[in-house]
Write a protein that binds this ligand. Sequence first.
Ligand SMILES: [Zn+2]
Ligand SMILES: [Zn+2]
Ligand SMILES: [Zn+2]
Length: 154
Amino acid sequence: MESRIDRIKKQLHSGSYKLTPQREATVRVLLEHEEDHLSAEDVFMLVKDKAPEIGLATVYRTLELLTELKVVDKINFGDGVSRYDLRKEGAAHFHHHLVCIECGAVDEIQEDLLEDVEKIVERDWNFKVKDHRLTFHGICWRCHDKTEDKSENE
Ligand SMILES: [Zn+2]
Ligand SMILES: [Zn+2]
Ligand SMILES: [Zn+2]
C-alpha cells in the first residue's frame, strides 16, 4: 500500500499538486476500499474517522482532482450517484461491472474481453478506442443461489 501511495504521490507531483495530509487520508480510504464503489459522501464518512477536521468540500475536490489525474474513474450505475473507482495500475482500459438488479451488488471483471469489438469499431467506424464503460445489469451468482430459499428478509 505504501508503494502505491508513493506512485500516486508522483502522479500528483507531475501535475504540480502536493499530497497534503487530507489528500493522503482520502487516497488511503480509496485503497482500503478498493473493491467498493464509494460515493463522495461514503468517502467523506470514512475519511472523517482518520482526519476528523476534514470537510466534505475538501474530500470532493480531492476526488475531482484524482479523477482528472486518472487515479480514479468516476462511474454512475444509473442511480444518479457518482461513485469513485480506483483505476487498476497498468490497465489500459476501464474494467467492467456486473450490477445485480436484485441485491445491488457490484462485481468487477478485470479482463478487458473487448479486443475483437474494439477492432471492429476501429475498422468499421474509423474510431480510435481510448477507453470504454461497460456495465451489465442482471442477477448475480449469490441471488441465483438464494432463489431456492424464498425467505428473504430484505
Ligand atoms: Zn469498479
Ligand atoms: Zn478495452
Ligand atoms: Zn444479487
